[in-house]
Design a protein around this ligand. Structure first.
Ligand SMILES: [Zn+2]
Length: 263
């Protein structure tokens, strides 16, 4: 059973002690690719190092996370765009997406306007360099739509990562062509409303799977460190939700992920 973890931060210090084992366990469990979203300035080198160590398995993205804005984000944004521009000129570009970017008003709404500006700025990279957009959104659905709607025809697809919204929000997000919802450990939580939303409003062809490791480990690992080798648990839960087999969920979501990231 082949699957792709479309969103994991396994370059982080939580994995310093056993990172190679984590990647090996993922491969043994069936992972054919691990997609690594960038966070801030400091994460770039560790992310790229891991991708060099596991070429063809670990793939990097480039972006500034909404909760990690420096005092003045502009110099870092310029550096990141230069890295993307340089990478696009290589014979085999490494960067597979712009991410992770977005709006997070749950942790900090004091810099709302700045977050929207930085998100819009990076969304334009996705259009300019024809890279998919990996979007983080928390308590910010309206803001997200506000930024993305004017660019609807220029966008080239992507993932609304860690989707946890309502039926209406899911339907609105899926009006964006070639965008899908990233589904992870939350779908296994006992009181999650996500299974119902998926059943009613989201076709299997419009989701991909992700861990967001080290966060959001699925039941029965809930509260512990998450890692890509746990994804078969998510596949099985999705199989129950969609009334099919884990193998089929893996096949469909893997094909979707390969299309989005051009793997
Ligand atoms: Zn993330």
């Amino acid at each position: 059973m082949e699957f792709i973890d479309t969103h994991c931060h396994i370059y982080g210090e939580e994995f310093d002690a056993d990172r190679n084992d984590v990647v090996q366990r993922a491969i043994n469990a069936g992972a054919s690719a691990l997609m690594l979203p960038n966070i801030d300035a400091a994460s770039i080198d560790t992310m790229m190092a891991l991708c060099r160590q596991f070429p063809g398995v670990c793939h990097p993205m480039m972006g500034l996370h909404p909760t990690e804005l420096p005092e003045d984000p502009m110099p870092l944004l310029e550096t990141m765009e230069q890295l993307i521009a340089n990478d696009r000129q290589q014979a085999s570009p490494l960067l597979k997406a712009v991410g992770e970017v977005g709006v997070d008003l749950y942790w900090d709404s004091s810099r709302r306007e700045e977050q929207l500006q930085v998100f819009r700025h990076q969304t334009l990279w996705s259009c300019r360099y024809r890279l998919p957009l990996i979007v983080h959104s928390r308590s910010a659905h309206a803001e997200l739509i506000h930024v993305l709607s004017p660019l609807k025809d220029q966008l080239c697809g992507g993932i609304f990562h860690c989707f946890g919204g309502t039926d209406d929000e899911a339907r609105e997000l899926l009006t964006f062509d070639d965008f899908v919802l990233g589904i992870g450990g939350v779908v296994t939580f006992k009181k999650s409303s996500l299974p119902g939303v998926l059943q009613r409003s989201v076709p299997l062809e419009r989701i991909v799977i992700e861990t967001d490791a080290p966060y959001l480990a699925p039941t029965p690992h809930r509260g512990k460190r998450n890692e890509p080798s746990f994804l078969p648990i998510v596949l099985q839960r999705l199989a129950d939700i969609y009334g099919t087999t884990a193998e089929n969920v893996a096949a469909v979501t893997t094909e979707t992920a390969k299309r989005i990231f051009s793997l």
